[in-house]
Design a protein around this ligand. Structure first.
Ligand SMILES: NC(=O)c1ccc[n+]([C@@H]2O[C@H](COP(=O)([O-])OP(=O)(O)OC[C@H]3O[C@@H](n4cnc5c(N)ncnc54)[C@H](O)[C@@H]3O)[C@@H](O)[C@H]2O)c1
Ligand SMILES: O=C(O)[C@H](O)[C@H](O)COP(=O)(O)O
Length: 391
């Protein structure tokens, strides 16, 4: 199929969990909405365009013989897409790079606040290791710099500040946050980047956060480390074999969530807008629709920071936007109810994600701080809130 003008009727098959599908894509033709995890070759055989999220494996098996000529994923990760096969078969492709990066950084800070029992981040004097300096890792670094936290960064594909090797980072950091893609081949593959050997070298009492992809950490080896007599603290948003995660591992982690680190409303709708823009570019047609016109997501009202306890104000501001303990509680409750019934666990995991509450990004909340409260202002701005000073 040659590139079409916007007037042509296209058949679009899309994951039903992509928000604002009608608003952005109805003008191109018909939209068939389907559950992403169970899409079959028959579902997409007559489609021109396929729009997915991370739970659809897009490869030769799904697409061979179909009429699909453009694929887009409304996600940052692309490990579910065989991009080489798409390229070899002249099928256009786009992702929503960075759409939810701020939400993931918010998740990391929220987790740290929860680990300190809602007493602020409690990271002063700690060394923070960031693995992967892309959209998420670099934004996390920027916020940590504003908070004056020493960082070690590992990204073999980028020139980064504070660059170290993965082994130096593993041995030197008190908190490690993983933000690499999942890669199985090529240079520096990330599959089991944290294997049993590296996990055994993490400092006793260190914190490991994985909001990247489950398979970057050897989950069986992580269970062993968490059960050892020099345990670490683990926060996992992503799991090996998702959605059939190990409930044994869930019991051992300090916080466990169902792959929702990037699930801010802002990030999700941004993802849809980005793939709409990419499709317009592919069709060589102007992108006339924007979030601002069809579904503006307004900034939140302001919060007035009263009192002097920085940790308390920080914790209250974070909790106002995102209660990570709720996500952790829901996943544990699901695991308990499901017991040994893996299909109930799998179904429940997807339900938690499908019915995820509306969560806003930190930068949508403006916090008013008194003119003299410089330390408070620095802390809140570093964490990512918008600040109105002198109130
Ligand atoms: N849990 C969630 O909800 C969620 C949300 C967004 C993204 N993600 C995952 O997080 C990943 C990172 O997101 P992003 O938007 O920052 O992606 P990105 O592509 O912008 O950045 C990834 C970075 O990792 C680096 N990298 C690759 N291999 C590496 C290795 N072996 N060691 C260290 N660094 C390596 C790359 O060079 C790149 O700079 C995504 O690929 C996705 O899988 C998860
Ligand atoms: O890669 C991403 O962008 C994230 O992992 C994303 O939040 C996954 O969400 P899903 O596509 O599974 O709904």
């Amino acid at each position: 199929m040659p590139k079409q003008s916007s007037g042509a009727e296209l058949t679009i098959v899309a994951d039903e969990n992509i928000p604002l599908l009608n608003e952005f894509f109805a003008g191109f033709g018909s939209i068939r909405k389907l559950p992403g995890r169970s899409m079959t070759p028959a579902d997409v055989a007559d489609a021109d365009v396929l729009l997915v999220r991370s739970v659809t494996e897009v490869n030769e098996h799904l697409l061979a013989g179909s009429s699909v000529k453009f694929v887009a994923t409304a996600t940052s990760g692309t490990d579910h897409i065989d991009t080489q096969w798409l390229e070899d078969n002249q099928i256009g492709f786009a992702s929503a790079a960075g759409c939810n990066a701020d939400a993931v950084v918010d998740y990391v800070f929220t987790a740290l606040n929860a680990l300190s029992d809602g007493q602020g981040l409690n990271i002063e004097g700690k060394v923070f290791g960031i693995v992967g300096y892309g959209q998420v890792g670099s934004r996390l670094y920027t916020r940590l710099q504003q908070l004056d936290i020493k960082c070690l960064v590992c990204d073999p594909f980028k020139e980064t500040p504070d660059q170290v090797s993965i082994d130096e980072l593993v041995e030197g950091a008190d908190i490690i946050s993983l933000h690499t893609p999942l890669t199985q081949s090529g240079e520096e593959p990330t599959w089991h980047l944290l294997d049993g050997e590296r996990l055994s070298r993490l400092k006793e009492g260190s914190v490991l956060i994985n909001a990247g992809r489950g398979e970057v950490v050897d989950n069986v080896a992580l269970i062993r480390r968490l059960q050892s007599d020099s345990p670490i603290t683990a926060v996992l948003d992503v799991w090996e074999n998702e959605p059939a995660l190990s409930t044994e591992l869930l019991e051992l982690v300090a916080l466990g969530t169902p792959h929702i680190a990037g699930y801010s409303v802002d990030g999700k709708v941004r993802g849809t807008e980005m793939i709409y823009q990419a499709m317009c570019q592919w069709l060589n047609t102007p992108a006339d629709i924007s979030l601002d016109t069809i579904a503006p997501v307004p900034a939140l009202q302001t919060l007035s920071a009263a009192g002097e306890n920085i940790a308390e104000i920080t914790a209250a501001s974070i909790r106002l936007l995102y209660d990570i303990r709720r996500d952790d509680h829901c996943l544990r409750a699901l695991a308990k109810t499901a017991g040994d019934d893996t299909s109930a666990l799998v179904k429940g995991f997807d339900q938690l994600r499908r019915h995820y509450p509306k969560r806003r990004e930190f930068n949508t909340l403006t916090v008013q701080v008194p003119e003299t409260a410089n330390a408070l202002e620095r802390e809140l701005a570093g964490i990512g809130f918008s600040i109105e000073s002198g109130k």
